[in-house]
Design a protein around this ligand. Structure first.
Ligand code: NAP
Length: 162
């Protein structure tokens, strides 16, 4: 399984239910990477999508404790065990954990690759991705060219579990 995330210098990923920054080049990479694949995310992340709708042209798996939640175009699961069970039918390389913080944190043990858009800035934030630079189980495996969106520098970085 993979994780895909945009994080700032301190591995911050969100504030007050939203993203820290919206970078078109990052959205394009996310779309290209996840199209026709399986995306796994928490109910709060669903609420950040336009009209709170699942992502088109992808298999959507949403985690929620709410057993009466039903989302057209998505499968709702109610625990990590149920999620792992549901994901088992797909090639593990095709399954992308796309957030948010609670889901990244719980799914990290099952993730072997993290595709990180590292934004070289410090935002005010209230949610973070686990710091893979400080995690001895992880190593940086590849780094793209630095790009900029207006004055914001960002780089696509891949981390692998050792
Ligand atoms: N920078 C990025 O790449 C990125 C990507 C995604 C999200 N984000 C940001 O992350 C923030 C949202 O993260 P978050 O941690 O607050 O929320 P989240 O992980 O998106 O969703 C949390 C919700 O998922 C459900 N859930 C989590 N673990 C579960 C479990 N073990 N069993 C059943 N349900 C479970 C619960 O839903 P119920 O409450 O319905 O039970 C929980 O409230 C936002 O600011 C968002 O913009 C950033």
């Amino acid at each position: 399984m993979k994780a895909i995330v945009a994080a700032d210098r301190n591995w911050a990923i969100g504030y007050q239910g939203g993203l820290l920054v919206s970078i078109p080049g990052d959205h394009r990479m996310f779309r290209k990477e996840t199209l026709n694949k399986v995306v796994v995310y928490g109910r709060k992340t669903l609420e950040t999508f336009p009209l709170s709708q699942p992502l088109e042209k992808r298999t959507n798996i949403i985690l929620s404790t709410n057993r009466s939640l039903s989302v057209k175009g998505a499968v709702v699961v109610h625990s990590i065990e149920e999620l792992l069970d549901e994901a088992r039918q797909y090639d593990t390389d095709d399954v992308y954990v796309i957030g948010g913080a609670a889901v990244y944190r719980q799914m990290l043990p099952y993730i072997d690759t993290a595709i990180v858009t590292k934004v070289d800035y410090e935002y005010h934030a209230d949610v973070w991705f686990p710091n893979l630079d400080r995690d001895p189980d992880w190593v940086m495996a590849g780094e793209g060219e630095e790009q900029t969106y207006f004055d914001v520098p960002y780089t696509f970085v891949t981390y692998k579990r050792k």
